[in-house]
Each structure stands twice: as C-alpha cells, then as structure tokens.
Design a protein around this ligand. Structure first.
Ligand code: UDP
Ligand code: MG
Length: 317
C-alpha cells in the first residue's frame, strides 16, 4: 500500500506568498501521486499562526476548492516553532510521513521526491540542508553561520545549515510528541530521537513573495531560545547591560594599559573605577545567565499549553 504524506506549513501573515505556495505544493502532491511515490489521499496542512492579514481567508478558500488542502487555525501568534508543533501533532496518526516546510518556499521543493525515496529506503528522518545561501544577505549568512557554529560548539547535535525543512516518519512524529517542553526548538529535538537519518542538499532560494517574518530582533530571539531558553525579557536586558559594561571597561583598561606602556601616568581613580565596573559587569552577566535558566524552569513548570486551536478544516472523515 502507498504511504500517505502530509506537508506541514506554518504561516504568519503570508497572504502574498500563499497563493503560489498552495498551487506549487498541490501540483507537487499530484505529481508524486502520479509517479506512484505517495498515496492519493496525501495532503497539505497549513497552520495559521495568528495572522493579522488575509492569510486565513485564503486558506479557507483553498480548502473549499482543493481536496489536498487542510488548514489549522490557532487562536493567536505563538511563533513558528509552536505553530509547527501544532501542525505536526495534528498530522500525527493521520499520515505515514510528514514534511515540514516554510510558507515562502525558500527551500527547494524539488528535492522532496528525493526525501521520499530515502524514506522508502528506510530513513526515518531526512534533513533538508542548505548547500549554499547566495540569495541571503551577507548579514543573514554571517549570523546564521555564527548561530550554527555556536550550536555545534554547545554539542546540541543540530545539523549544520538545516532549518525546518525535513521529512519525518510516523514513528518519529510519535516520539516527537513525547517532548513536553514549552521552550520548543524542533530542529534540536529531532536528532535526539535517534532513528536513522539522511540528508538532502539544495540551494536556498530567495522568498517568492512577501517579507521575512524574522527581522533581526526576532532572529536573535529564536537563536537565544535555541541555545538557552525563551527567558523573560528583564533577564535578557540584564545580560545585555552587563555585556555593554564589560566592553566599555575592557576598552578603558586597554587604553590605560597602552598609556602605561608608553610611560604615561595612569590616573588612580580611573583604574579603580574600571576594575569595579569590570567586576560589576561580569557579575551582571553571570546573574543574567543563571536567571535565564531559572526563567526557563519557571516557564516549564507552569505546564501551559503551547497553542490553542480555533478551528481545523480537514477533508478526513
Ligand atoms: N512563521 C510563523 N510564525 C511566526 C513567524 C514566522 O508561523 O511568528 C512562519 C512563516 O510564515 C514562514 C516560516 O515561519 O512560513 C519562516 O519564516 P520566514 O520565512 O519569514 O523566516 P526566514 O526564512 O526569513 O528565516
Ligand atoms: Mg523564509
């Protein structure tokens, strides 16, 4: 029997990109069904992550006219990770494999067939890896590189240059659902599950339409969440303050050292102030980091739901 595929797409204010995305992905499903790669009841699940534009309206329309389209509406914006998790748990038990992908199709849907072939060859997870990112700005490339390096350095087991484009088998989905944490970072969890994995490589494209939903601040926030937690903002500010103090003091100390080496006089009060500030800065950073972990514990123990479902449009009986 053919295996059923579900493609999960989180959407936040994607009205510009969506029409093209729905069309391309349903064409892809039709082609894969035609080639005998997947079952004919395979489908797309779009998760509306509290969009404030016409995204939901477009999804309702697509659901009405396209038997491959399902849509899940969350009550508010819970962020890409939670929206993705909501989608994956909705398809869990309703498919044999699931592929997650961003709504802007920056990730090459052309390699999905290869992913499915690898699944048929016995892989439980297939990671989509960006081979090159020429279309990203220098800044995005540099920060992404730094992020993946830090993740590797921290031994998180994440796959370099892999974001959320991946195929997971039904049993991986089931195992994933056993992770109860509030501070979600899905791409960090999947490698922990440990089933056999493969990779496919592709070139990352630029957005088909619409703007990135990740301005610098949001990008940094996601990175911080991935590395430590989604800590409460005062603690983050504490860390930033401490770090700024450290940099200033470090520069002052360097200046003094230089003038001392050149034989100049070092005013006593400045050197004392500098070391006091240095220590103060260090302490703030340390408290901030400890606080980040306490904040994380606080969010975890509350056991709040990660999202709320407003409505689920599905063609399944
Ligand atoms: N997204 C979401 N909730 C958010 C922000 C983003 O569901 O709060 C979705 C967005 O619609 C897209 C995916 O997450 O499908 C990735 O966002 P984007 O393409 O803007 O990120 P970038 O590629 O710029 O890193
Ligand atoms: Mg994108």
């Amino acid at each position: 029997m053919m295996e059923r595929l579900a493609i999960v797409v989180p959407c936040y204010n994607e009205e510009e990109a969506l029409p093209g995305t729905v069309e391309q992905l349903s064409d892809l499903i039709a082609a894969l069904v035609q080639n005998g790669k997947i079952a004919s009841d395979s489908y797309l699940l779009f998760v509306n992550d509290g969009s404030t534009d016409g995204t939901w309206h477009l999804l309702e329309e697509a659901f009405e006219r396209n038997p491959h389209v399902c849509a899940l509406r969350l009550t508010g914006n819970v962020g890409q990770q939670n929206a993705l998790f909501a989608g994956l748990s909705a398809v869990c038990g309703r498919c044999d494999m699931a592929v997650s992908i961003d709504a802007d199709l920056q990730d090459d849907i052309g390699v999905m067939e290869e992913m499915i072939d690898l699944f048929h060859d016995g892989a439980d997870v297939v990671y989509g890896v960006r081979r090159e990112r020429k279309t990203d700005s220098f800044f995005k490339r540099a920060t992404a590189h730094l992020f993946y390096k830090v993740m590797a350095w921290l031994d998180t087991g994440t796959v370099y240059n892999h974001a959320e484009y991946r195929l997971m088998s039904a049993r991986v989905l089931e195992e994933l659902m056993r992770y109860p944490e509030r501070n979600l970072f899905v791409r960090g969890l999947v490698p922990l599950i440990g089933y056999r994995s493969e990779k496919v490589y592709y070139a990352r494209k630029s957005r088909t339409a619409g703007k990135s939903k990740y301005p610098l601040g949001k990008m940094l926030a996601t990175a911080f969440e991935g590395i430590t937690s989604l800590s409460s903002r005062p603690i983050t500010m504490l860390v930033a303050l401490g770090a700024a103090m450290l940099v200033c003091t470090f520069m002052a100390l360097m200046g003094m050292l230089l003038s001392f080496l050149r034989g100049g006089a070092v005013p006593g009060w400045l050197s004392i102030m500098a070391s006091v500030w240095l220590l103060g800065g260090l302490q703030l950073v340390a408290i901030g980091v400890v606080g980040a972990y306490i904040g994380r514990t606080y969010l975890e123990v509350k056991r709040r739901p990660r999202y709320h479902i407003d409505c689920f449009l599905s063609h399944d009986p």
